[in-house]
Design a protein around this ligand. Structure first.
Ligand SMILES: [Ca+2]
Ligand SMILES: [Ca+2]
Length: 713
């Protein structure tokens, strides 16, 4: 017998120590002992072994854990790196093709984008983004900034819809396809520029609109640029004055307030001059509520300066009176609230924060009065008001203060809006610092019922997420966010895998909205500052957020490290917005500064990540598999086989690395970052990643996407 010869092409990533293990080679010959005998190199990555026996069962391996499947051979053959046999040596693989041009930033038309996981989100506080109309600018009563000359500057209500419309191209160029705006409905509070103190859900706040830039104009203009609008909605509470046309909360008109030692009409309240009422527009001097008591409504019209003596109906004392109880102007008597609209349990105290019932029925703060959300009149009012904005074209909703409303009650609202507008994407904010696993562990001090995962589910067992299916109400991913304090903020991915190990507790983890920071929180020890870390750490965080499961969301200014290290919100009594992460951004968007802003390394970085994610369905929708993490790097597979898309991702912090990922479907992979091509024949993809960069190998992918930058190259 002549025997036969086996040739083998070493796959990418295999060690050079190629061995062949064999058995059942005939009745008289013994098989080899694992890992078998060395094969001889024969050039161009090929190895050879000659059998004297007629047949053999064989397994080829590299002695480092990589091996082929079992083969039974009796004739000469060449085994290629995809596991296929040939009768002669196959031609070398074609050289990597030149990368195709990157897909245009233009997303598919909105009408074709039914799955919100295809989007990435830019979150902005409308009043702090870009001022297109100074005539609607307005100072809040609190936290007014004065310049050296004693003039009030930087009005809180400054950015507006007109400015946002003018800068839609900026957001589109950055690659975002959806904008989350702070609540646009009419507000009333000493500090209401952010919109979370609603007074009238049925009206858009006039301080955001201009004659030629209404809310409808914004929605229409965004849609014309293929950008979706996400409206922020507060269900849990109203402002401290009640709701226009529905319910009044007792207090004295603010224009009668005079501080101790002053005199009405002579007080310097900055832009308010004289009193805290009328500043610029008469309809904002206090409230114009038709359900307020008759005396209140009469004063609204008859005494705009707040100088005619008024007897406080509660105490019969007369105002204006210097130093008269400020609580009568700015406070709320929790015992006098209308039970048809408000809960009757008083204000939240220290011990209430980790307990569901008090958290959900008590008032969050003096200007956040807890609505009786389970009552039909409240449901009808809020659901009906928001339906109108959905009819105007709003594409998605973000729900505020989720854990303050009992889940099944809140789902009544969410499901009503989804019924009104089928396919609507609605996500929630359930703020937690920590993993947020509730009764599922992770050192959580609160119960499951107030944690994000609970709201993504329908079951009622706090220890069994699978006791109910997907509620269809995904949440902002505060669990992942919380890990950034100890990971990317310290220049390591170490510990990140742990949060992904609990992904199963969510209804649909691929729909969570992921972020590094927002207007309330940042990834530091106190969870309250804009990201303070080095620029490369932020880039590493974005590499992660844009490639793991979830829908990435960027907070305005992150793209240029805007207000780096500043507190997200005012801290000290004297702080003004310019000292915080909510500072006015518009100066970076002026015509003469725009090019500079757009050349920032992180701007270019995020732009490219958006390009890549938009081109790879697996990054949008794939489940995460084979998560591996070793501090200076991590790797995983995003498997969206149903959509024909698979991506293998390796992330690197610090020096360059070679990364091996196992369990990879066989085929040809192209790196979206470098354009490098690798073939996988035995389930292992091995690739090189430069320092502080990433490899994003896409099965049958388009090759390199976008231009190299500082952090992706
Ligand atoms: Ca303005
Ligand atoms: Ca509540």
């Amino acid at each position: 017998m002549a025997g036969f010869t086996v040739h083998f092409k070493k796959p990418t990533g295999w060690a050079d120590s190629i061995h062949i293990h064999y058995w059942q080679i005939g009745p008289l010959a013994a098989g080899s002992v694992w890992p078998g005998v060395p094969m001889e190199p024969e050039g161009d990555g090929w190895f050879v072994y000659r059998f004297k026996e007629p047949t053999a069962h064989i397994v080829i391996n590299d002695t480092q854990g990589r091996q082929t499947g079992d083969h039974h051979r009796g004739v000469d053959g060449w085994l290629d790196e995809d596991g296929r046999w040939h009768q002669s040596r196959p031609a070398p693989r074609p050289k990597p093709q030149p990368p195709k041009p990157a897909p245009a930033l233009q997303a598919k038309p909105i009408s074709e984008r039914k799955d919100f996981r295809e989007e990435t989100i830019y979150f902005l506080i409308t009043t702090r983004f870009y001022d297109g109309d100074p005539s609607n600018n307005f100072f809040c009563r609190d936290r007014i900034q004065f310049n050296a000359a004693g003039e009030a500057v930087d009005p809180h209500w400054r950015g507006d819809f007109k400015g946002l419309i003018q800068r839609l191209d900026y957001i589109r160029d950055l690659g975002f396809t959806a904008i989350w705006i702070t609540p646009p409905v009419e507000n009333r509070s000493g500090l209401d520029y952010h919109g979370y103190h609603a007074y009238d859900w049925t009206r858009i706040d006039p301080r955001l609109e201009s004659p030629d830039a209404s809310y409808q104009d914004l929605i229409t203009a965004a849609h014309a640029k293929n950008i979706k609008i996400i409206q922020d909605v507060v269900v849990n509470h109203s402002c401290q004055y009640g709701i226009r046309g529905k319910v009044h909360i007792d207090h004295l008109p603010i224009k009668y307030y005079v501080p101790q030692g002053s005199q009405q009409g002579k007080v310097n309240h900055g832009p308010y001059q004289g009193h805290l009422g009328n500043y610029a527009w008469a309809n904002r001097d206090d409230i114009d509520n038709p359900v307020a008591p008759v005396w209140y409504q009469e004063r609204h019209a008859s005494d705009p300066e707040g100088i005619e003596p008024l007897a406080d109906p509660k105490t019969h004392e007369t105002v204006p009176k210097p130093g008269y109880n400020p609580g009568r102007f700015f406070g709320v008597d929790a015992n006098q609230l209308d039970p048809n609209w408000f809960h009757q349990e008083g204000f939240i105290c220290g011990g209430d924060w980790e307990s569901a019932y008090p958290l959900q029925v008590k008032h969050l703060a003096g200007d956040c009065i807890d609505l009786a959300t389970e009552r039909q009149n409240v449901k009808d009012y809020i659901i009906g008001s928001i339906n109108r904005y959905l009819d105007m074209g709003v594409d998605a909703l973000r729900i505020d203060t989720v854990k303050h409303v009992e889940r099944d009650n809140l789902l009544e609202y969410v499901n009503a809006w989804k019924t009104h507008k089928p396919g609507l994407f609605v996500f929630g904010e359930n703020l937690v610092k920590g993993y947020g696993w509730g009764d599922m562990g992770g050192g959580d001090n609160g119960p499951s019922q107030i944690r994000p995962w609970w709201y993504t589910r329908l079951g009622h067992n706090p220890r069994d997420p699978n006791s109910g299916g997907d509620s269809g109400f995904p949440q902002l991913d505060f669990g992942l966010f919380s890990t950034f304090r100890d990971t990317v903020s310290k220049g390591t991915y170490g510990g990140t895998a742990q949060v992904f190990s609990m992904d199963w507790i969510y209804g649909d983890v691929t729909q969570l909205v992921t972020f590094l920071q927002n207007h309330d929180v940042g990834p530091d020890n106190d969870f309250k500052y804009r990201f303070k870390g080095e620029q490369w750490m932020a880039a590493a965080a974005y590499n992660l957020i844009w490639t793991v499961r979830g829908i990435p969301c960027l907070y305005y200014g992150e793209e240029i490290e805007f207000m780096k290290g500043a507190p997200q919100d005012v801290e000290g009594e004297k702080d003004t917005l310019d000292k915080t992460g909510r500072a006015y951004f518009g100066e970076h968007l002026s015509d003469d500064r725009l090019a500079q802003t757009q050349s920032h390394p992180l701007y270019r970085h995020i732009r490219r990540l958006n390009q890549i994610r938009q081109a790879v369905p697996a990054l949008q929708k794939g489940r995460m598999d084979r998560v591996s993490e070793w501090g200076s790097g991590m790797s995983f597979i995003r498997d969206y086989s149903p959509g024909g898309s698979v991506a293998v991702v390796g992330l690197v912090m610090g020096g360059e690395q070679y990364i091996n990922v196992e369990g990879v479907p066989n085929g040809v992979y192209r790196d979206a970052v470098t354009g490098n091509v690798e073939s996988v024949g035995y389930g292992v993809l091995s690739f090189h990643v430069k320092s502080n960069s990433a490899g994003i190998y896409v099965l049958d992918g388009p090759g390199k996407i976008g231009e190299d930058g500082v952090y992706l190259r």
